[in-house]
Design a protein around this ligand. Structure first.
Ligand code: 6PG
Length: 244
């Protein structure tokens, strides 16, 4: 385990989600005090939905200065934003539609062109938001974990894993909808990187990643090693059941 990793085990997904929502509030407040804004890259999939719903509910919602919050996406499926598979649609339903965040502060991956153009345009939007720096500095990056060890849309043995120059790439994944994803260096440049993982079906991969060696290409989550920030694992008792 890397020395700046913190593993928090929660009895239930509800408790995990409440802790994650509290972290979102605290990190947003600190970022807004320090820099006048809070930029976060959100995870897709099912696990974070409860966290997003809590963030959008009292008391968490009322402790966040939404006018200074900027929501980005760690990855997106290459489908229309209204598609049931869209991470953007999921976050709109769970969070964006329930809070007073200005539309211009929400930065979806606009899946309107071909995948490569979509990735380039998203990178342009990121570069405009984080000007004059080599890598974007998200205050908070939420990540999920797939049973195969993928995170964001960084799947085992795919081209995106090796990208060290681009901030955003399109990533073809065998038998799946094409994906758009932040690259490893972008995620690793985050100030607070938090994996949210629940369920017994993730227990084996959680143990492999947390107990294993870093930088294993067949377990992409092990490539998440913060450049300067902190890496935390929020897991429930089920997902922790194989941890030594
Ligand atoms: C996505 C996510 C992906 C997700 C994992 C876990 O676009 O699906 O970014 O990395 O976090 O696949 O998904 P679940 O939370 O649904 O298990």
């Amino acid at each position: 385990m890397l020395n700046h990793e913190f593993v928090w085990v929660f009895e239930t997904p509800q408790e995990l989600s409440e802790a994650a929502a509290e972290k979102f509030v605290k990190i947003s407040q600190a970022a807004i005090v320090e820099r006048g804004r809070f930029a976060t890259a959100l995870a897709g999939g099912n696990t974070p939905v409860k966290t997003y719903e809590l963030i959008a509910s009292a008391p968490f919602r009322n402790r966040i200065d939404w006018l200074k919050v900027h929501l980005f996406f760690g990855d997106e499926r290459f489908v229309p934003l209204s598609h049931p598979e869209s991470n953007y649609r999921m976050v709109v339903e769970a969070l964006i539609s329930r809070v007073g965040i200005p539309p211009e502060n929400v930065h979806p991956v606009r899946t309107e062109n071909d995948p490569a153009t979509t990735a380039r345009l998203y990178e342009d939007e990121l570069r405009a938001f984080f000007p004059e720096i080599s890598w974007p500095t998200f205050d908070l990056v939420f990540l999920g974990l797939g049973a195969d060890g993928h995170t964001a849309s960084l799947f085992p043995n795919t081209n995106a894993l090796g990208e060290r120059r681009q901030w955003v790439v399109a990533n073809r994944v065998e038998g799946m909808t094409e994906r758009i994803t932040l690259t490893i260096p972008v995620i690793n440049n985050g100030a607070h990187i938090i994996f949210l993982v629940t369920g017994r079906d993730k227990a084996e991969v959680v143990a492999q990643v947390i107990n294993g060696q870093p930088n294993q290409e067949n377990l992409p989550a092990t490539l998440i090693t913060p450049t300067y920030g902190s890496l935390s694992w929020f897991i429930d008792r089920e997902a922790a059941s194989n941890l030594s």
